[in-house]
Design a protein around this ligand. Structure first.
Ligand SMILES: [Zn+2]
Length: 94
């Protein structure tokens, strides 16, 4: 296996899912519990149910902005976030 620190690969879905979660759930105050543990668990659960979109550090920002605008992607993410919010509300780990 070859790992290089120069090769900073990351999943573009991470900032997008966190951003939409913040915008639609955290700011609106509809979460039953908004402790760090619950917020983290919701985002992780949603991310694990969504296909990753890998990108690299340099090109990453433009790529994220571009796919953030996709209406289909946004609705997929919000659907998974809604499910994740219900799962964590029913069995919180805090
Ligand atoms: Zn909590």
């Amino acid at each position: 296996m070859f790992f290089s620190r120069e090769l900073s690969v990351f999943n573009a879905m991470e900032p997008i899912v966190s951003g939409l979660f913040e915008e639609h759930y955290v700011k609106s105050g509809i979460l039953e519990c908004s402790c760090n543990q619950c917020q983290m668990d919701i985002v992780l659960l949603a991310l694990n149910h969504l296909p990753p979109r890998y990108t690299s550090g340099q090109a990453g920002e433009a790529y994220i902005k571009a796919i953030y605008q996709e209406p289909q992607l946004q609705s997929d993410i919000l659907r998974e976030l809604t499910k994740a919010v219900q799962v964590i509300r029913d069995s919180p780990r805090h």
